[in-house]
Design a protein around this ligand. Sequence first.
Ligand code: ZN
Length: 401
Amino acid sequence: MSSQSTGLRHWRQRFNALFQDHEIFIRTHGHVRFLRISAVWQKRVALIAGLVLFAWAGVTLSVFVNQLLTAGERAEVAQKEAAAEAAEARIAKYRDRVAEIAADLDERQAQLEDWQKTYFGNEALPEGAKTDAAAAEAPKPVETSAIDPRLPPEAQALARIEARQESLAARLLAAVDARATKAETAVAELGLDPKSLVRKASIGQGGPFIPWRGRTGRASALGKSFAALEGALFRMEVLERTLVAIPSGQPAHVLMLSSSYGYRRDPFTGQSAMHSGLDFPGPLGTPILAAAPGKVVFVGRRSGYGNVVEVDHGQGILTRYAHLSGFTAKVGAQVTAGQQIAKMGSTGRSTGSHLHFEVRLNGVAVNPRRFLEAKADVLEVKADARQRVHALAAAARAGAR
Ligand SMILES: [Zn+2]
């Protein structure tokens, strides 16, 4: 306390020392005047000067600070404007992209709906609990149009639609695959190689003709999952059509010689020879029936076979009926399974009245025994497939009209 007051007193003394009473003599025209400026006056003047200086400094400082602030604000505003412009440019850029994505989604939706309607009709797609659960756990990445998270909301909405579409495509794919696998199992059970059938069909070899709706290549442009779907649909169609084309109907209501296919002693030469069909001995004139739906492509004589009728079932499958005594169908006729096409006989190289029944796959004779002995479960799958193939054909005809 004492030291503080001592310091204060010391400063006051120094301050007071600055201001001392002054006496000024002013001499004007011989007169001397005496002017006294007291220390109190000096202090007042100094105080006023100090206040003025302080006020000026304050104003100057505030103007300066204000200017600084304004510059800062201006910079900030400029920055904001630049950002807004950039965002606008980006939005403008993506607005085109949004339109593009929307058009893309539209096209895909149309394709999906077309496929679903064509192949499944009003049949509900299997919910595929597994697929849905998997999709819920790990939503499929939207790969075809990587959506920018900074995109405007409408683009985000499109991304969500796209994700839903992917999930529908996945369900459709699962349903198609399930059906194709069913047909594949049935085809394999009938003694044919399903993989080879699909491969040959895909390279356009070996006859199987799929009236693909002029869309080949379009799906792959729509994205990976669509290409996968198209591939699965192709496989399903080839296998189901093959299944339908497989002649599993009895070509005559008589017992077949089940051991007659393969190498055997030729009844004429006595030598070992390949017998490429099954024989059905029976009374002359027994009705000969088409073993599967198809088109009569040959009616006439063939060397060794005598009178022959041939029916094309599509998918590279042809049935040949030989040694006939008469015909009841003409070339070009569409026949159903079980429809009479001829009469049993003994023409050509034949030792007695019988039917020689041959099945050719892509021009090569195959043993028809497994077709004719198809089990009920296979026939059921076949009947299902026939229904669908017929519905497809009807829809195609309606569409062509
Ligand atoms: Zn024969």
